[in-house]
Design a protein around this ligand. Sequence first.
Ligand SMILES: [Zn+2]
Length: 322
Amino acid sequence: MPDGVRTDGMRNSAWGFPIIDFHCHFPVPDEAPDPAEAAYVAEFGEEKWVKLRADWRWYQEQWWARYDFPFPEDLEPEPEVQARRWQAEVDSASLEAVVFTTGGSNRTLAGAIDGYERMLGFAHHDPFAPGAAAELRRAITEDGLRGFKVIAPILSGPIDSPELYPVWAVAEELGVPVLIHFGTNDGGGGTAWHENINPLRLHSVAKAFTNATFVIPHFGCGYPAELLQLAWACRNVSVDTSGNNEWIRWMPYDLSLESLFRRFYETVGPERILFGSDSASFPRGLARRYYDDQIVAVAAAGIPDSDRDLIFAGNAARLLKL
Ligand SMILES: [Zn+2]
Protein backbone atom coordinates (compact mmCIF):
# COMPACT_ATOMS: atom_id res chain seq x y z
CA MET A 1 0.00 0.00 0.00
CA PRO A 2 1.39 3.48 -0.84
CA ASP A 3 2.73 5.72 1.93
CA GLY A 4 0.18 7.09 4.32
CA VAL A 5 -2.84 5.40 2.82
CA ARG A 6 -5.05 3.69 5.33
CA THR A 7 -8.50 2.32 5.01
CA ASP A 8 -8.53 0.50 8.35
CA GLY A 9 -9.67 3.64 10.19
CA MET A 10 -12.64 4.01 7.86
CA ARG A 11 -16.14 2.70 8.43
CA ASN A 12 -17.41 -0.19 6.39
CA SER A 13 -20.03 0.69 3.80
CA ALA A 14 -23.26 -1.20 3.19
CA TRP A 15 -21.18 -3.34 0.81
CA GLY A 16 -18.91 -4.55 3.62
CA PHE A 17 -15.77 -2.48 2.99
CA PRO A 18 -14.95 1.27 3.04
CA ILE A 19 -16.11 3.35 0.08
CA ILE A 20 -15.34 6.90 -0.97
CA ASP A 21 -17.40 7.83 -4.02
CA PHE A 22 -14.97 10.01 -5.97
CA HIS A 23 -17.38 11.25 -8.62
CA CYS A 24 -20.87 12.57 -7.93
CA HIS A 25 -22.72 15.76 -8.85
CA PHE A 26 -24.52 18.02 -6.41
CA PRO A 27 -28.00 18.38 -7.93
CA VAL A 28 -28.60 22.09 -8.35
CA PRO A 29 -28.77 24.00 -11.66
CA ASP A 30 -25.50 25.17 -13.17
CA GLU A 31 -25.28 28.91 -12.60
CA ALA A 32 -22.88 29.59 -15.48
CA PRO A 33 -24.61 29.94 -18.85
CA ASP A 34 -23.81 27.15 -21.32
CA PRO A 35 -21.42 28.76 -23.84
CA ALA A 36 -22.17 26.04 -26.39
CA GLU A 37 -25.89 26.83 -26.25
CA ALA A 38 -25.34 30.56 -26.80
CA ALA A 39 -23.02 29.92 -29.75
CA TYR A 40 -25.38 27.37 -31.33
CA VAL A 41 -28.48 29.53 -30.96
CA ALA A 42 -26.67 32.54 -32.40
CA GLU A 43 -25.66 30.57 -35.48
CA PHE A 44 -28.58 28.21 -36.12
CA GLY A 45 -31.51 29.57 -34.15
CA GLU A 46 -33.52 28.67 -31.07
CA GLU A 47 -35.83 26.18 -32.82
CA LYS A 48 -33.00 23.83 -33.77
CA TRP A 49 -31.55 24.05 -30.27
CA VAL A 50 -34.90 23.02 -28.79
CA LYS A 51 -35.01 20.09 -31.22
CA LEU A 52 -31.50 19.01 -30.17
CA ARG A 53 -32.46 19.12 -26.51
CA ALA A 54 -35.59 17.07 -27.20
CA ASP A 55 -33.47 14.48 -29.01
CA TRP A 56 -31.10 14.41 -26.05
CA ARG A 57 -33.98 13.83 -23.66
CA TRP A 58 -35.21 10.96 -25.83
CA TYR A 59 -31.83 9.24 -25.46
CA GLN A 60 -31.77 9.92 -21.73
CA GLU A 61 -35.19 8.40 -21.22
CA GLN A 62 -34.06 5.26 -23.05
CA TRP A 63 -31.19 4.53 -20.72
CA TRP A 64 -32.84 5.65 -17.49
CA ALA A 65 -35.60 3.20 -18.34
CA ARG A 66 -33.06 0.49 -19.16
CA TYR A 67 -31.69 0.73 -15.62
CA ASP A 68 -35.16 1.12 -14.17
CA PHE A 69 -34.13 4.43 -12.60
CA PRO A 70 -36.73 7.10 -11.85
CA PHE A 71 -36.20 10.00 -14.27
CA PRO A 72 -34.58 13.06 -12.62
CA GLU A 73 -37.04 15.49 -11.10
CA ASP A 74 -37.44 18.79 -12.95
CA LEU A 75 -37.80 20.87 -9.86
CA GLU A 76 -34.46 21.34 -8.14
CA PRO A 77 -34.91 22.29 -4.48
CA GLU A 78 -32.64 24.66 -2.59
CA PRO A 79 -29.00 23.63 -2.00
CA GLU A 80 -29.59 23.18 1.75
CA VAL A 81 -32.41 20.74 1.01
CA GLN A 82 -30.26 18.81 -1.44
CA ALA A 83 -27.46 18.59 1.12
CA ARG A 84 -29.83 17.07 3.68
CA ARG A 85 -31.11 14.56 1.11
CA TRP A 86 -27.54 13.63 0.21
CA GLN A 87 -26.57 13.22 3.85
CA ALA A 88 -29.35 10.67 4.17
CA GLU A 89 -27.91 8.77 1.19
CA VAL A 90 -24.39 8.83 2.63
CA ASP A 91 -25.71 7.60 5.97
CA SER A 92 -27.89 4.84 4.60
CA ALA A 93 -24.99 3.42 2.56
CA SER A 94 -22.43 4.15 5.34
CA LEU A 95 -20.10 5.78 2.84
CA GLU A 96 -16.83 7.12 4.18
CA ALA A 97 -17.20 10.19 1.96
CA VAL A 98 -18.68 11.44 -1.28
CA VAL A 99 -17.11 13.93 -3.70
CA PHE A 100 -19.27 16.36 -5.65
CA THR A 101 -17.41 17.34 -8.78
CA THR A 102 -19.92 20.04 -9.70
CA GLY A 103 -22.67 21.90 -7.87
CA GLY A 104 -24.12 25.10 -9.27
CA SER A 105 -21.02 27.22 -8.71
CA ASN A 106 -17.98 27.04 -6.47
CA ARG A 107 -19.54 29.22 -3.79
CA THR A 108 -22.91 27.46 -3.95
CA LEU A 109 -21.41 24.00 -3.62
CA ALA A 110 -19.00 25.03 -0.86
CA GLY A 111 -21.82 26.71 1.05
CA ALA A 112 -24.19 23.77 0.66
CA ILE A 113 -21.79 21.13 1.97
CA ASP A 114 -20.25 23.30 4.68
CA GLY A 115 -20.49 21.44 7.98
CA TYR A 116 -21.02 18.01 6.40
CA GLU A 117 -17.81 16.17 7.11
CA ARG A 118 -18.49 13.32 4.69
CA MET A 119 -19.26 15.58 1.72
CA LEU A 120 -16.41 17.09 -0.28
CA GLY A 121 -16.55 19.33 -3.31
CA PHE A 122 -14.50 20.28 -6.35
CA ALA A 123 -14.20 23.66 -8.01
CA HIS A 124 -15.74 23.69 -11.47
CA HIS A 125 -15.42 26.73 -13.70
CA ASP A 126 -14.26 27.54 -17.21
CA PRO A 127 -10.44 27.37 -17.17
CA PHE A 128 -10.36 29.78 -20.13
CA ALA A 129 -12.35 32.43 -18.24
CA PRO A 130 -10.41 35.50 -17.14
CA GLY A 131 -9.06 34.98 -13.64
CA ALA A 132 -9.64 31.21 -13.72
CA ALA A 133 -6.37 30.41 -11.96
CA ALA A 134 -7.07 32.93 -9.19
CA GLU A 135 -10.60 31.57 -8.82
CA LEU A 136 -9.24 28.04 -8.44
CA ARG A 137 -6.85 29.23 -5.74
CA ARG A 138 -9.66 31.08 -3.97
CA ALA A 139 -12.05 28.12 -4.17
CA ILE A 140 -9.45 25.77 -2.67
CA THR A 141 -7.94 28.02 -0.03
CA GLU A 142 -11.04 30.01 1.01
CA ASP A 143 -14.00 27.78 0.17
CA GLY A 144 -12.25 24.56 1.15
CA LEU A 145 -12.92 22.77 -2.12
CA ARG A 146 -10.65 19.78 -2.79
CA GLY A 147 -10.03 19.54 -6.52
CA PHE A 148 -10.91 20.94 -9.93
CA LYS A 149 -13.37 19.50 -12.44
CA VAL A 150 -13.12 20.28 -16.16
CA ILE A 151 -15.25 19.04 -19.04
CA ALA A 152 -12.80 19.09 -21.95
CA PRO A 153 -15.25 18.70 -24.88
CA ILE A 154 -17.13 21.90 -24.07
CA LEU A 155 -14.12 24.19 -23.74
CA SER A 156 -13.64 27.12 -26.10
CA GLY A 157 -10.05 26.12 -26.90
CA PRO A 158 -7.58 23.23 -26.83
CA ILE A 159 -6.92 21.79 -23.39
CA ASP A 160 -3.17 21.79 -24.03
CA SER A 161 -3.16 25.54 -24.71
CA PRO A 162 -0.39 27.38 -22.83
CA GLU A 163 -3.15 29.83 -21.86
CA LEU A 164 -4.31 27.24 -19.30
CA TYR A 165 -0.89 26.58 -17.77
CA PRO A 166 -1.45 29.02 -14.87
CA VAL A 167 -4.54 27.01 -13.89
CA TRP A 168 -2.66 23.69 -13.87
CA ALA A 169 0.17 25.39 -11.96
CA VAL A 170 -2.24 26.29 -9.15
CA ALA A 171 -3.51 22.71 -8.94
CA GLU A 172 0.05 21.44 -8.87
CA GLU A 173 1.14 23.94 -6.22
CA LEU A 174 -1.87 23.30 -3.95
CA GLY A 175 -1.72 19.54 -4.48
CA VAL A 176 -5.34 19.09 -5.54
CA PRO A 177 -6.46 16.54 -8.13
CA VAL A 178 -7.79 17.69 -11.51
CA LEU A 179 -10.66 15.62 -12.87
CA ILE A 180 -10.98 16.08 -16.64
CA HIS A 181 -13.78 14.53 -18.64
CA PHE A 182 -12.79 13.46 -22.17
CA GLY A 183 -14.79 11.50 -24.71
CA THR A 184 -18.46 11.74 -25.54
CA ASN A 185 -20.22 14.13 -23.24
CA ASP A 186 -23.78 14.08 -21.91
CA GLY A 187 -24.50 10.53 -23.11
CA GLY A 188 -26.57 9.65 -26.17
CA GLY A 189 -27.61 12.76 -28.07
CA GLY A 190 -24.72 14.65 -26.46
CA THR A 191 -21.38 15.72 -27.90
CA ALA A 192 -19.40 13.14 -29.88
CA TRP A 193 -16.80 15.36 -31.53
CA HIS A 194 -14.67 18.24 -30.28
CA GLU A 195 -11.01 19.18 -30.53
CA ASN A 196 -10.64 17.94 -26.92
CA ILE A 197 -12.50 14.66 -27.37
CA ASN A 198 -9.35 12.53 -27.11
CA PRO A 199 -7.66 12.04 -23.69
CA LEU A 200 -4.25 11.97 -25.42
CA ARG A 201 -4.70 15.71 -25.90
CA LEU A 202 -3.64 15.99 -22.24
CA HIS A 203 -0.24 14.43 -22.93
CA SER A 204 1.89 17.59 -23.00
CA VAL A 205 0.04 19.03 -19.97
CA ALA A 206 0.57 15.87 -17.91
CA LYS A 207 4.25 15.87 -18.91
CA ALA A 208 4.62 19.54 -17.97
CA PHE A 209 2.86 19.34 -14.59
CA THR A 210 4.36 16.14 -13.24
CA ASN A 211 3.46 16.96 -9.63
CA ALA A 212 -0.22 17.41 -10.45
CA THR A 213 -2.59 14.44 -10.56
CA PHE A 214 -5.03 14.24 -13.45
CA VAL A 215 -7.97 11.87 -13.14
CA ILE A 216 -9.85 10.92 -16.30
CA PRO A 217 -13.38 9.68 -15.59
CA HIS A 218 -15.54 6.88 -17.01
CA PHE A 219 -12.53 4.75 -18.14
CA GLY A 220 -12.04 7.32 -20.91
CA CYS A 221 -15.69 7.40 -22.01
CA GLY A 222 -15.34 5.79 -25.44
CA TYR A 223 -11.56 6.28 -25.58
CA PRO A 224 -10.22 3.47 -23.37
CA ALA A 225 -7.27 2.75 -25.68
CA GLU A 226 -6.25 6.40 -25.74
CA LEU A 227 -6.57 6.70 -21.97
CA LEU A 228 -4.51 3.55 -21.46
CA GLN A 229 -1.82 5.04 -23.72
CA LEU A 230 -1.91 8.31 -21.80
CA ALA A 231 -1.77 6.63 -18.40
CA TRP A 232 1.00 4.32 -19.58
CA ALA A 233 3.03 7.37 -20.66
CA CYS A 234 2.22 9.56 -17.64
CA ARG A 235 2.34 8.25 -14.08
CA ASN A 236 0.39 11.27 -12.86
CA VAL A 237 -2.72 10.20 -14.80
CA SER A 238 -5.37 8.16 -13.00
CA VAL A 239 -8.79 6.90 -14.06
CA ASP A 240 -12.21 6.94 -12.47
CA THR A 241 -14.77 4.23 -13.04
CA SER A 242 -17.91 6.31 -12.65
CA GLY A 243 -21.22 6.36 -14.45
CA ASN A 244 -23.27 3.95 -16.44
CA ASN A 245 -20.34 3.43 -18.85
CA GLU A 246 -23.00 3.16 -21.52
CA TRP A 247 -20.38 3.79 -24.21
CA ILE A 248 -19.24 0.17 -23.78
CA ARG A 249 -22.32 -0.86 -25.73
CA TRP A 250 -21.33 0.79 -28.98
CA MET A 251 -17.66 -0.03 -29.05
CA PRO A 252 -16.85 -2.07 -32.18
CA TYR A 253 -15.38 -4.87 -30.06
CA ASP A 254 -16.54 -6.73 -26.98
CA LEU A 255 -15.94 -4.93 -23.73
CA SER A 256 -17.42 -5.26 -20.28
CA LEU A 257 -16.92 -3.58 -16.95
CA GLU A 258 -14.99 -6.68 -15.94
CA SER A 259 -12.61 -6.49 -18.91
CA LEU A 260 -12.14 -2.74 -18.42
CA PHE A 261 -11.22 -3.20 -14.77
CA ARG A 262 -8.84 -5.99 -15.71
CA ARG A 263 -7.14 -4.04 -18.52
CA PHE A 264 -6.65 -0.90 -16.44
CA TYR A 265 -5.55 -2.89 -13.42
CA GLU A 266 -2.95 -4.73 -15.50
CA THR A 267 -1.74 -1.56 -17.25
CA VAL A 268 -1.71 1.14 -14.57
CA GLY A 269 -1.97 -0.91 -11.38
CA PRO A 270 -4.33 -0.64 -8.41
CA GLU A 271 -3.15 2.77 -7.19
CA ARG A 272 -4.45 4.82 -10.11
CA ILE A 273 -8.03 3.55 -10.33
CA LEU A 274 -10.70 5.42 -8.37
CA PHE A 275 -14.24 4.28 -7.82
CA GLY A 276 -17.04 6.69 -8.63
CA SER A 277 -20.72 6.40 -9.42
CA ASP A 278 -21.66 9.71 -11.11
CA SER A 279 -24.70 9.81 -8.82
CA ALA A 280 -26.49 13.12 -9.03
CA SER A 281 -30.20 13.65 -9.16
CA PHE A 282 -33.18 12.73 -7.06
CA PRO A 283 -35.38 10.77 -6.69
CA ARG A 284 -32.69 8.22 -7.62
CA GLY A 285 -30.08 9.55 -5.21
CA LEU A 286 -27.17 7.18 -4.81
CA ALA A 287 -26.92 5.02 -7.95
CA ARG A 288 -26.57 1.76 -6.03
CA ARG A 289 -26.90 -0.25 -9.20
CA TYR A 290 -23.53 1.14 -10.37
CA TYR A 291 -21.98 0.21 -7.03
CA ASP A 292 -23.33 -3.33 -7.36
CA ASP A 293 -22.19 -3.69 -10.98
CA GLN A 294 -18.66 -2.42 -10.32
CA ILE A 295 -18.17 -4.53 -7.20
CA VAL A 296 -19.20 -7.64 -9.13
CA ALA A 297 -16.87 -6.66 -12.01
CA VAL A 298 -13.87 -6.08 -9.71
CA ALA A 299 -14.34 -9.50 -8.12
CA ALA A 300 -14.79 -11.17 -11.52
CA ALA A 301 -11.59 -9.50 -12.74
CA GLY A 302 -9.75 -11.32 -9.96
CA ILE A 303 -8.65 -8.14 -8.18
CA PRO A 304 -7.70 -9.02 -4.59
CA ASP A 305 -9.49 -7.35 -1.68
CA SER A 306 -6.47 -5.26 -0.65
CA ASP A 307 -6.37 -3.67 -4.11
CA ARG A 308 -10.15 -3.39 -4.20
CA ASP A 309 -9.89 -1.30 -1.04
CA LEU A 310 -7.44 1.04 -2.78
CA ILE A 311 -9.80 1.43 -5.73
CA PHE A 312 -12.89 2.02 -3.59
CA ALA A 313 -11.37 4.22 -0.88
CA GLY A 314 -7.60 4.25 -0.37
CA ASN A 315 -6.63 6.06 -3.55
CA ALA A 316 -9.25 8.76 -3.06
CA ALA A 317 -8.11 9.25 0.53
CA ARG A 318 -4.52 9.66 -0.68
CA LEU A 319 -5.40 12.17 -3.43
CA LEU A 320 -7.77 14.14 -1.19
CA LYS A 321 -5.37 14.01 1.76
CA LEU A 322 -8.06 12.61 4.07
ZN1 LIG B 1 -19.96 13.16 -13.92
